[in-house]
Design a protein around this ligand. Structure first.
Ligand SMILES: C[S@@+](CC[C@H](N)C(=O)[O-])C[C@H]1O[C@@H](n2cnc3c(N)ncnc32)[C@H](O)[C@@H]1O
Length: 285
C-alpha cells in the first residue's frame, strides 16, 4: 500500500515527516522520493538490526536521519505541533520473520525469542517459563483470541515442569497436540501473535504512539497507520473517530472515503499483506 500512503500522507513536500517503523526502509525510500530538498524524514525502529539499512539511506540522503527507539517514546524526540506526517506500519518486517534465530516464525525451528529488540529483558522463552497458568491463558485469549487458550496454557505449564520450553518447534508441538489443524491457517498463528504482542508490549506502544501523534502533528498534519489485526485496527479507528484513549482525545478528519486495503496484485506479490488495513486521517483544530 505504498502508493496510497504516499499520495495521502504527504501534504507539504517541504515538511517534516516521521516513519515510526523504518524496518527495511521501503516506505522511507518512497516518501523521500516524493519530498523536496528542504524536507526532512526521521526513521525510527526499535530493532538495532535496522541500523544497517538506515545507514545506507543516511549515506545517500541528507534529508534522512534515524533513531533507534520505540515509537511509544515519540514525544521524547519532537516538540508539539511540529510534524506534517507520521507513518506507523505495525508488526514485524519480513527480515525479522524470516530469520529463524529471531523466533517469530512457526514455519522454522529456532530459539523462542520474539523480541523486536534482542537487548530487551524478556524473551518469549523467559515469559512463557515464568508466567502463571492464568496469565498465559489471559494473554492467549485477549491478544490471540485463541479459543483453546486454557487448554494450551495448561499443557505449557505441565511441559515446562519437565524441561524449559525454549524452541519454536517445542511450542508448536504443544499447540498442535491441543488443536488439530482444521483449516489452511496454521494452528499456532494466534498463540505466536499473542506472545509476540505481549512480550513487545505492542498494544501499549500503539496507544502511546497514537496519543503522541495527536500532540506532535501540526493542524492539517496527517497520520497513517497500517495494522494487520482487528484488535489493533479497532484502537486506531476509535482514536481517529475522536474517542478518548487513556483519557486523551484529539480531532481528526478522515482522508479517503473509508480505509484502504491492498489490491489483488499487491496480495499476489506479498501474500502477508492480505490482512493489512491502512487508515489515514488529518489532525484538525
Ligand atoms: C512491518 S515492519 C515495517 C516495514 C517498513 N514499513 C518497510 O517498508 O520496510 C515493522 C517494523 O517496525 C518495527 N517496530 C515494531 N514495533 C515498534 C515500536 N513499538 N517501536 C519502534 N519500532 C517498532 C519493527 O522492528 C519492524 O522493523
Amino acid at each position: 500500500m505504498v502508493d496510497q500512503v504516499i499520495s495521502n500522507l504527504i501534504v507539504n513536500k517541504k515538511g517534516s515527516y516521521v516513519d515510526c517503523t523504518f524496518g527495511l526502509g521501503g516506505h522511507t525510500s518512497a516518501i523521500l522520493k516524493n519530498l523536496d530538498s528542504e524536507a526532512e524524514l526521521i526513521g525510527i525502529d526499535r530493532d538495532p538490526e535496522s541500523f544497517e539499512a538506515a545507514n545506507e539511506v543516511i549515506k545517500k540522503d541528507n534529508r534522512f536521519s534515524f533513531i533507534n527507539d520505540k515509537f511509544g517514546n515519540l514525544e521524547d524526540h519532537f516538540p508539539g505541533d511540529s510534524l506534517d506526517g507520521i507513518l506507523v506500519d505495525l508488526g514485524i518486517s519480513s527480515r525479522q520473520l524470516d530469520n529463524p534465530e529471531r523466533g517469530f516464525s512457526f514455519q522454522a525451528q529456532g530459539p523462542l525469542d520474539m523480541r523486536m529488540n534482542q537487548s530487551d529483558v524478556d524473551s518469549a522463552e523467559t515469559w512463557l517459563n515464568k508466567s502463571s497458568k492464568e496469565e498465559i491463558t489471559r494473554v492467549l485469549w485477549e491478544k490471540g483470541e485463541e479459543r483453546n487458550s486454557r487448554k494450551i496454557a495448561e499443557i505449557i505449564c505441565r511441559e515446562r515442569d519437565v524441561s524449559p520450553i525454549n524452541t519454536t518447534q517445542r511450542l508448536i508441538k504443544i499447540i498442535v497436540a491441543c488443536k488439530p489443524r482444521k483449516s489452511k491457517r496454521h494452528p499456532a498463528t494466534n498463540v505466536f501473535r499473542a506472545i509476540r504482542m505481549e512480550i513487545n508490549s505492542e498494544m501499549e506502544e500503539l496507544q502511546n504512539v497514537l496519543i503522541a501523534a495527536g500532540c506532535l502533528l501540526k493542524n492539517g498534519g496527517r497520520l497513517a497507520v497500517i495494522s494487520f489485526h482487528s484488535l489493533e485496527d479497532r484502537i486506531v479507528k476509535r482514536f481517529l473517530q475522536g474517542k478518548s484513549l487513556d483519557g486523551k482525545k484529539f480531532s481528526f478528519r478522515k482522508v479517503g472515503s473509508k480505509h484502504f486495503k491492498p489490491n489483488k496484485e499487491e496480495i499476489i506479490k506479498n501474500p502477508r499483506s492480505r490482512s493489512a488495513i491502512l487508515r489515514i486521517s488529518e489532525k484538525v483544530a
